[in-house]
Unconditional design. Structure first.
Length: 240
C-alpha cells in the first residue's frame, strides 16, 4: 500500500554505556496493518533483538501499550494508515524501561495495592450477592468495568508527571470508586479513607489526559470527581 518509516526508541538499561537512541526501519504497510504488526515485521526481517510486550492482539489484555506519535495507545489497535508515513514509537512514560518498548509496570500495580482493589463481602454467605438488573445499581459502575489495566491513563496523567508515585493515579481511583459504589462491599468506609487524601481523589487536577487515551472509553477523571463528591457528602453527614 505504501512505505512507512518506523522510528523506535531503543534502550537497554543493562548496557549502561549505551544511552537511549532512536532506530529507524522502513516497512511495507499493508491495509489494516497495525503498529504491533509492524513491530513483528521488524523483528522478523530487520532486528530480532527488538523488545516489546503483547499477548492477545485484540485490544483485550492491555499489554501492548506504548507511546505512538507522542500519545499513549495500544499498538494492536493502532493502524499505521491512520498515522501517515512516519511513526515514532517509544515506551510508556512513568515506568522504568526493561528494554526498548517493554516497561516494568510495578509503579502502576503498586498504586492499585494502595486502594485495596478487591471486594470485601459485607456478610458471610454461601450464595452469590446478586445485583438485580432493575435496581439501577449496576449502571453506576458499568462504565468503569471494562478497564484492561493497560496503564495508558497512568502514563498520561500529568499529576504523576509532577508528583511521581506519590499520587494513586486514574485507573486505581476508578477501581476504588466501583468498590465504594457497591453497596455489597463491606470496606467502603475504609476504602474511601484510603482515596480521599491529596494523594488520591483530591490530588486530581482535572487535566483529562486519562480520558483522552483510554482505549475502552472509560473516563477516570469524571469518576474521580464522583469520589470527591462522596467524600464531601460523608463529611456533611449526607448519604453517600
Ligand atoms: S496485545 Fe492485548 S491489548 Fe494489545
Amino acid at each position: 500500500m505504501f512505505q512507512a518509516t518506523i522510528r523506535i526508541r531503543r534502550y537497554n538499561p543493562e548496557q549502561e554505556e549505551q544511552a537511549p537512541y532512536y532506530d529507524q526501519f522502513m516497512v511495507d504497510v499493508k491495509k489494516n496493518m497495525t503498529v504491533l504488526d509492524a513491530l513483528f515485521v521488524i523483528v522478523e526481517e530487520h532486528d530480532p533483538t527488538l523488545s516489546f510486550r503483547c499477548a492477545c492482539r485484540l485490544g483485550m489484555c492491555g499489554t501492548c501499550g506504548m507511546m505512538i506519535n507522542g500519545r499513549g495507545r495500544l499498538a494492536c489497535r493502532t493502524k499505521i494508515e491512520h498515522l501517515g508515513t512516519e511513526t515514532v514509537v517509544a515506551p510508556l512514560r512513568h515506568m522504568p524501561v526493561i528494554k526498548d518498548l517493554a516497561v516494568d509496570m510495578d509503579p502502576f500495580f503498586k498504586s492499585w495495592q494502595k486502594i485495596m482493589p478487591y471486594f470485601v463481602p459485607k456478610e458471610e454467605r454461601n450464595d452469590f450477592a446478586i445485583i438485580l438488573p432493575s435496581s439501577g445499581r449496576r449502571e453506576i459502575i458499568d462504565e468503569n468495568q471494562d478497564c484492561i489495566t493497560c496503564g495508558l491513563c497512568y502514563q498520561s496523567c500529568d499529576v504523576i508527571t509532577m508528583r511521581g508515585e506519590d499520587y494513586i493515579g486514574p485507573a486505581a481511583l476508578s477501581r476504588a470508586y466501583n468498590l465504594i459504589a457497591d453497596e455489597r462491599d463491606g470496606a467502603r468506609e475504609e476504602r474511601l479513607n484510603l482515596v480521599s487524601g491529596d494523594d488520591g481523589a483530591f490530588g486530581c487536577h482535572v487535566f483529562g489526559g486519562c480520558v483522552e487515551v483510554c482505549p475502552k472509553g472509560i473516563k477516570p477523571m469524571v469518576t474521580i470527581q464522583k469520589l470527591k463528591e462522596k467524600q464531601i457528602r460523608r463529611f456533611l453527614g449526607l448519604k453517600w
